[in-house]
Each structure stands twice: as structure tokens, then as C-alpha cells.
Design a protein around this ligand. Structure first.
Ligand code: TXA
Ligand code: MG
Length: 310
């Protein structure tokens, strides 16, 4: 692939390359080049205390980045889910730049499951720091076109990889201590993780800017977004406002735009950011989204919807 060698050249020279992963598109830079990593923060408008995830091609590279006391649990999780939509937080090696870790003593690592991302990582031959390729606080991009809408020409190259299969950011799991906890829910859910570990984990998300996705308003459209139950939606609709309703339930609504989402959490997750982005461009006064079911399968979607609605 012609673009791939160009991408590697740009990364080696300290430039920025946006690339597809199975979750969302990432804004990549050479993780060992502080000036390149600093560019990520300025292009995204992201505060310096928000750590970034380092992406690797293979488990064997892990020892370059993390302290050499990886727990058996962490190894089991990596074996089960990598490459895949899971980020593991480890104690960082002393030499690792504070820029990557937001000044913390831990580092987030992920091996993505996307042919373009893996080929890029292998060709580059090192770690790529890559947050989602959007402006800080906005919706993550799930297509190359969406990356361009977000970041325009401030990225040196955008690699095309189609629409992301998962569509929501990775599950983030803290394995840096004995108490394993989910810092950000994703499509790899607590049940799957507990099945691999053979024990319960903590679902309580830690408060603090450790995970920027844990801010109350994040992953948000620019249009005011409101979450309501199906009944609340029927009472809410007003003729004075230009509204769009995004719902799983079939609804007969007049005077408003209505979009029906899948009742499968996987398909819903796959479509959500793409749909939100499209409606965000259409100058609605408000985006109304029907609340999703209370089941654990919906944890990641529910989390992102709550943040989208601030
Ligand atoms: O699916 C994903 O994870 C995508 C793709 C591109 O891999 N990346 C992504 O990156 O969502 P970002 O930066 O938008 O979100 C990563 C989250 C941030 O909220 C960050 O604070 C958290 O990971 N994070 C990174 N390192 C951490 C650490 N050492 N401790 C706690 N949280 C960390
Ligand atoms: Mg992000």
C-alpha cells in the first residue's frame, strides 16, 4: 500500500497520521517522540493532564513500556482480547514520558484489531500514541471523512479503513493493582471479562480526569442532546422546535424527524456516532434520544449517551 509507506515516513519525521481501528479512528504519533506527542494535544485541544493510549502491534513489545510485573490476570486478559477493543492500564516503565501518561505512574496500552492499524504498527516498528481523532470533548470519528471534518489539514495524512466495526471506544481496564476495575465501559463487557478471570471485578468508575472519557460531558454533539424514555418523548415534542428523535422503539411522530436504531446493542454501538454526527450537521434545535435498556449489554452505549447529553 503506497499510503502506508508514506504514513511511516511521516511518523518517523514526527508528523501526525490518523488511522482506522476497529473502535474509532485514532490520531497517531510516534509515542517515543515528545514533540510529535505534543502535536496531538495541540491539534485536539486536549488538556495536558489527559493521558493517551499507546498502540502496539504485538504483546512482545509490552515490556518496553510497562513495569515487568504484569499480573497473571492481565496476561489472561491480553491473551483473550488482544488484538481487540480493550485497553489495559499498567504501571509504566520509569523512562516513559510524562506526556503520554498525563503525569501519572500508569500507562494505557492496546493492540487494535484492524488490518490497516496492525500493518501500520508493524511497518512503523514501534508504539503509536493515539487518542480518538476528534477535537477534545466532541464525538469520536468512525470514518475517514469524519476525521477530516474534525481535524482538516492539521493532520499530515488520514489512512482510509472504512467504517469502524465496533463504533465505540475501547473498554479501559485498570490492571495496575490487585483490584481490577473498569475505567471506561466498552463493547467488551464486565461479564466477558469476569468469565476470563473467573472472578468479579469492580465496575465503579474512578472519578478524576484520569480518563477524559469519564468527564460528565464528553463524546458530545454540538447540538443540545436530551435523553428521554419513550413516554417522555411523546410529551416533550413541541412544534416551536426543530427536533430529531433517535429511538429504538417504533414511534409514529408528526412534525419531527425520526430515526429508528437497532435493538441489538452491537449494531446500535456501530451506528451511534455516525448517526449523531450526521444529525449534528443538520441544524436541529435539539437531538432527542430514547433511553436504552437497563441490561448490562447496553452499558457502553448508555455511558456514551449519558455523556453526549452532558
Ligand atoms: O478505542 C480507543 O480506545 C480509541 C482508539 C483510537 O484506540 N482511543 C481512545 O483514546 O479512545 P482517547 O485518548 O480518546 O481516550 C483514551 C482514554 C482517555 O480517556 C484517557 O484519559 C485514558 O484513556 N487513559 C489513557 N491512559 C491512562 C492511564 N494511564 N490511566 C487512566 N486513564 C488513561
Ligand atoms: Mg477520545
Amino acid at each position: 500500500m503506497k499510503n502506508l509507506s508514506k504514513a511511516v515516513e511521516i511518523l518517523r519525521a514526527g508528523g501526525l497520521v490518523a488511522f482506522p481501528t476497529e473502535t474509532v479512528y485514532g490520531l497517531g504519533a510516534d509515542a517515543k517522540n515528545p514533540a510529535a506527542v505534543a502535536k496531538i494535544f495541540s491539534v485536539k485541544g486536549r488538556p495536558a493532564d489527559h493521558p493517551v493510549i499507546v498502540h502496539l502491534a504485538a504483546f512482545s513489545e509490552l515490556s518496553e513500556w510497562v513495569v515487568d510485573d504484569i499480573s497473571f490476570d492481565a496476561k489472561k486478559l491480553a491473551a483473550a482480547f488482544w488484538p481487540g477493543p480493550l485497553t489495559l492500564i499498567f504501571k509504566k516503565n520509569p523512562g516513559i514520558s510524562a506526556l503520554l501518561t498525563g503525569g501519572q505512574d500508569t500507562i494505557g496500552i492496546r493492540i487494535p484489531h484492524h488490518p490497516v492499524a496492525l500493518e501500520l504498527l508493524r511497518e512503523f516498528g514501534g508504539g503509536l500514541a493515539a487518542p480518538s481523532a476528534n477535537r477534545f470533548g466532541h464525538i469520536s470519528p468512525t470514518t475517514a471523512a469524519a476525521v477530516y471534518e474534525e481535524l482538516g489539514d492539521s493532520v499530515d495524512l488520514i489512512l482510509e479503513g472504512g467504517q469502524c466495526e465496533v463504533g465505540l471506544e475501547s473498554t479501559i481496564l485498570d490492571v495496575s493493582s490487585d483490584v481490577i476495575s473498569i475505567l471506561r465501559p466498552g463493547m467488551i463487557g464486565a461479564k466477558q471479562i469476569e468469565k476470563i478471570l473467573g472472578k468479579n471485578i469492580s465496575l465503579k468508575q474512578k472519578k478524576s480526569p484520569r480518563v477524559s472519557g469519564s468527564l460528565e460531558s464528553h463524546y458530545a454533539p454540538r447540538t443540545k442532546t436530551i435523553l428521554l424514555s419513550a413516554d417522555e418523548i411523546k410529551n416533550y415534542l413541541s412544534r416551536e422546535k426543530k427536533l430529531v428523535v433517535i429511538a429504538i422503539s417504533e414511534m409514529k411522530l408528526s412534525d419531527v424527524e425520526y430515526f429508528q436504531m437497532s435493538s441489538s446493542p452491537e449494531k446500535y454501538a456501530h451506528d451511534l456516532y455516525f448517526i449523531l454526527r450526521e444529525f449534528d450537521k443538520k441544524n436541529f434545535d435539539e437531538i432527542i434520544i430514547e433511553k436504552v435498556p437497563d441490561f448490562v449489554e447496553w452499558d457502553a452505549v448508555r455511558d456514551r449517551l449519558q455523556r453526549a447529553a452532558g
